[in-house]
Ligand binder design. Structure first.
Ligand code: MN
Length: 239
């Protein structure tokens, strides 16, 4: 029986051949076991425009295309880095884009999947920026710019974010536990899988007599971080 895979935060970058190689190797090794693959955001380090970035990432695109043609169903959630991945990408790769919070029903197991940044409500500045950058008007203006300008803006924002992140206290950038409980309640689930924080872990909590588990995927800086769902069991790997 094939498995269901979850990954996030690979941060693929045309200028970083190491991570590209790691990703392609992983996909080629595991795809024969992949019934479904859920990519929970930040597959790419940045994405400014389908037309431009599909060409830049042609090796990744052709790998994804090949794997979905071979029978793996691939689903993608937007992360904060690649929320501009759009219809041209999905058409060429045959990948389906999921909404920012999505309930998966796997046999008797109900899992909420989400990128994870929406859980980080302590980082008020980030949440404000998130709303601004995804605002329709902001996007309309951004989309009207030339690729050169878009690249400059994206790289400026990444530099700025790195600087800000290095100065912020660690706990501000992690999930807010209250918001996590809100999510469990809101979506009527006791399991959440997410990424974004790059803090690979399994968090178990008990609230009002119910046991809850939150699986956090890691980034791929050292090794591929992934989750497998098989025989009604969820396992977190980092090999
Ligand atoms: Mn992220």
């Amino acid at each position: 029986m094939k498995s269901i895979y979850f990954i996030s935060d690979i941060h693929l970058d045309p200028n970083n051949s190491k991570v590209t190689k790691k990703f392609i190797e992983f996909m080629n090794n595991k795809s024969s076991d992949m019934k479904e693959l859920y990519i929970l955001g930040d597959l790419f380090e940045f994405w400014i425009d389908d037309k431009y970035d599909i060409i830049q990432n042609n090796l990744i695109i052709s790998t994804l295309k090949k794997i979905s043609e071979n029978g793996t169903k691939i689903f993608l959630m937007h992360g904060n880095r690649d929320f501009l991945v759009g219809k041209k990408f999905t058409k060429i790769t045959n990948i389906q884009i999921l909404p920012e919070n999505y309930i998966l029903n796997l046999n008797e197991t109900k899992i909420l999947i989400t990128h994870g940044d929406l859980l980080c409500t302590d980082d008020v500045d980030y949440q404000k920026f998130r709303r601004f950058i995804r605002n329709k008007l902001t996007l309309k203006i951004f989309n009207s710019l030339s690729n050169n300008i878009k690249i400059k803006i994206a790289s400026y924002l990444r530099g700025k974010s790195k600087k800000i992140t290095s100065q912020k206290p660690e706990n501000i950038m992690d999930v807010n536990e209250k918001e996590v409980l809100n999510f469990y309640e809101r979506f009527g689930t006791d399991i959440i899988i997410h990424g974004h924080t790059h803090r690979k872990s399994i968090h178990k909590t008990r609230n009002n007599g119910t046991n809850y588990t939150r699986y956090v995927l890691g980034d791929w800086h050292n090794a591929p971080s992934y989750i497998i769902f098989k025989n009604n069991k969820i396992s977190l790997f980092d090999v």
